[in-house]
Design a protein around this ligand. Structure first.
Ligand code: NDP
Ligand code: 2IT
Length: 444
């Protein structure tokens, strides 16, 4: 371990105790940039490391709302405004019982690096609440969103902090949140992204993260003389990211073998058809049901895709730490060619280390899933200029942005045994960009 890594560990255990996910995300970045940091004395003089690890601010608040029985419920809400040197804070909102400060710090920290890679002027932030929408009626979800915005609206603004969706926060929830912001402030402005295109949203924002993952994957395969056509793809998750990644894979001629949710995995032995995908989308995104109730493919209760089937390409698109060391060993043993992260930090540290040791094609989330926030950036541009661009235009821009992100990931690294180390390249590019802006700003 270098002195820097040692200092980071001490800083984290002292200043951010009980934050396992946050430590994991930071460690992964600083392992990759330690050498560059050591060689540039200005980084230490400006204390870039500690400044980068301390969020600008964390707003924490009580969210009180009334359920359908008239019972008052209390949840905890947060907004982590991590770093705004590259632009206004930008990042999603997650509603899930697993949300806590450690999870939001890891997501906010990753978001700063991801947004730097997009090339768009966006800082990093993340928010959410420990609210569980499962089993709640639409009216309850609306009341929760309104109660959350009741506090959040004081802290956001189109040039201050621009939230969007994440797990369990899709166009419906963004509609409820935005509607309440407009009511509270009497301002119709680009303060949230992921809105419906009918009232200021961008075409293609819902599809953007999933499509972007596949664009990144294609660039990565092409740079290594491989192609996506006919490949067997294992996808986890069945939410926004997973199902649009599946759609793009099918359209590119790949075979989507699995999708999954928190109850198990649905396997399509010879690849899912577009018709089957439409029925799954209706079930999951529109009716908020479980894959268990679908009537296509075969159902494997309590199994993850990595143990339910074999495939050369893996796209984890559900949640953090969903692929552990055992699953990674199995994927590698089954001739894994490439893994691209649709989810944020889906690999445990052990799985991550195994994949790095195996020297296979690995698209890290901060690069591979950046298409979502990139189209959020395009939504802001459309709102600011009172324009509405076509799906074709947005999709062409997304594809170009993903190609640029791919190229930024290989700007500062060389091939090792023929393979580009994308994860290290992404960390180096984003770190340098953030550090340079922080030094240029002086002590702030
Ligand atoms: P959704 O809420 O639309 O879907 C989440 C999916 O993951 C659901 O199928 C859900 O299953 C499954 N899931 C959630 N938690 C678990 C778990 N503990 N074990 C197994 N499955 C689980 O979210 P998104 O698709 O928007 O987000 C998925 C991932 O992508 C997250 O990591 C998010 O941070 C990341 N991401 C999202 C972006 C976006 O634009 N939406 C942008 C970039 C990254 P179930 O329905 O059973 O809960
Ligand atoms: O993790 C992410 O990049 C997101 N949830 C999307 C953030 C955004 O502002 O669109």
């Amino acid at each position: 371990m270098t002195k820097l890594q040692d200092d980071i560990e001490n800083y984290l255990s002292h200043s951010h105790p009980h934050s396992d996910e946050y430590h994991q995300a930071v460690r992964e970045v600083f392992d990759d940039i330690a050498e560059v940091y050591r060689k540039e004395p200005a980084y230490r003089r400006w204390n870039i490391a500690e400044r980068m690890l301390e969020p600008d601010r964390i707003v924490r608040f009580r969210v009180c709302w009334e359920d359908d029985n008239g019972q008052v419920q209390v949840n905890r809400g947060w907004r982590v405004q991590f770093n705004n040197v590259l632009g206004a804070y930008k990042g999603g909102i997650r509603f899930d019982p697993s949300v806590n400060e450690s999870v939001l710090k890891f997501l906010g920290f990753e978001q700063c690096f991801k947004n730097a890679l997009t090339g768009l002027p966006m800082g990093g932030g993340k928010g959410g609440a420990d609210f569980d929408p499962k089993g709640r009626s639409e009216r309850e979800i609306m009341r929760f969103c309104q109660a959350y915005m009741q506090e959040l609206h004081r802290h956001i603004g189109p040039n201050v902090d621009v939230p969007a969706g994440d797990i369990n926060v899709g166009p419906r929830e963004i509609g409820f949140l935005y509607g309440h912001y407009v009511k509270l402030t009497n301002r119709w402005e680009g303060v949230l992204t992921g809105k419906s295109p009918g009232f200021g949203g961008s075409c293609g924002r819902t599809e953007a993260t999933g499509y972007g993952v596949v664009y990144f994957l294609k660039n990565m395969l092409q740079a290594h003389d491989q192609s996506l056509e006919s490949q067997r793809v294992l996808i986890s998750g069945a939410g926004t990211v997973a199902l649009y990644a599946a759609e793009k894979c099918i359209r590119e001629g790949a075979k989507v073998i699995t999708v999954s949710d928190s109850r198990g995995t649905r396997v399509f032995r010879n690849g899912m058809s577009e018709k089957e995908l439409v029925s799954l989308r209706t079930l999951k995104l529109e009716q908020h049901g479980s894959l268990e109730d679908a009537d296509c493919g075969t159902w494997h209760s309590n199994k993850t895709p990595w143990f339910a089937a074999k495939g050369a390409i893996a796209l984890p698109c559900a949640t953090q730490n969903e692929v552990d060391g055992k699953a990674m060993k199995r994927l590698i043993g089954n001739d894994l060619l490439a893994l691209c992260e649709g989810a944020n930090m889906p690999l445990t540290q052990e799985a991550h280390d195994k994949l790095i040791d195996a020297n296979l094609l690995y698209g890290p989330g901060k690069a591979a899933n950046a298409g979502g926030v990139a189209v959020s950036g395009l939504e802001r541009s459309q709102n600011a200029s009172l324009q509405s661009w076509s799906m074709d235009k947005v999709d062409t821009m997304l594809s170009g942005i993903m190609e640029d992100i791919h190229n930024r990931c290989i700007e500062h690294v060389k091939r090792k045994d023929g393979i580009y180390p994308y994860s290290k390249g992404a960390n180096l590019y984003a770190f340098k960009k953030l550090a340079e802006a922080m030094m240029a700003y002086g002590v702030k």
